[in-house]
Design a protein around this ligand. Structure first.
Ligand code: PPS
Length: 200
């Protein structure tokens, strides 16, 4: 726990920064089972936004666990800490006017709600996107062979098999990835951003 610390405000407000850089930051938070399509959608969305001249940056579960969160495992407390750190990092990116795109299983509703609250308190939009595919489908996809290993007991605490996934109840966007193409999923997000006035 840090003590004796003081917050130093910058001389450029969030609004002024947004006006200077002509972009409003926000966080697009993908959640879903392993192999539900979070990373695929996040990657395609980042590409689409960048090609439209909108600065965006993707934070992805596997990748972040190579660096910032390399000391965390998959027990409940470590997953909560994983999501807490990512929430803070995403908020910093969004505060700098970047569109932060996160792709983490983020299995606990409370952790996602805490991430949302953190953004709300900072006046930064938080858009939860549920990459939804039934367990039977993601088990079938199993691109990394992880479900097979989990079912064989070779991976402990695997989401959907031996660890919980709490599906969102109030996600802004719900994408059924077994029914929509990647392009259609990305378009659903873009349409939402335009409708809400976040991008032109
Ligand atoms: S979490 O629950 O949000 O903290 O997980 P996340 O940081 O997104 O990491 C998920 C990726 O880690 C790999 N992996 C596991 N996932 C779930 N449960 C267990 N036990 C596990 N062990 C390793 C897996 O590749 C996940 O990637 P995705 O992209 O979701 O398939």
């Amino acid at each position: 726990m840090s003590t004796n610390i003081t917050w130093h405000a910058g001389s450029v407000s969030l609004t002024e920064r947004q006006e200077l850089l002509k972009q409003k930051g926000l966080t697009i938070w993908f959640t879903g089972l392993s192999a539900s399509g979070k990373s695929t959608l996040a990657t395609a969305l980042e590409q689409t936004l960048l090609h439209s001249g909108i600065i965006s940056y993707r934070l992805d579960g596997d990748n972040i666990r190579f660096g910032l969160n390399k000391n965390l495992g998959f027990g409940p407390d470590d997953r909560t800490e994983n999501i807490r750190r990512i929430s803070e990092v995403a908020k910093l990116f969004a505060d700098s006017t970047v569109i932060a795109i996160t792709a983490f299983i983020s299995p606990y509703r409370q952790d996602r709600d805490t991430a949302r609250q953190l953004h709300q308190e900072a006046g930064i939009p938080f858009i939860e996107v549920f990459a939804d595919a039934p367990l039977s489908v993601v088990e079938q996809r199993d691109p990394k062979g992880l479900y097979k290993k989990a079912k064989a007991g070779e991976i402990k605490e695997f989401t959907g098999i031996s660890a919980p996934y709490e599906a969102p109840e109030k996600a802004e966007i719900h994408i059924k990835t077994d029914q929509l193409s990647v392009e259609e999923g990305v378009q659903a997000v873009i349409t939402y951003l335009v409708d809400q006035g976040y991008i032109a």
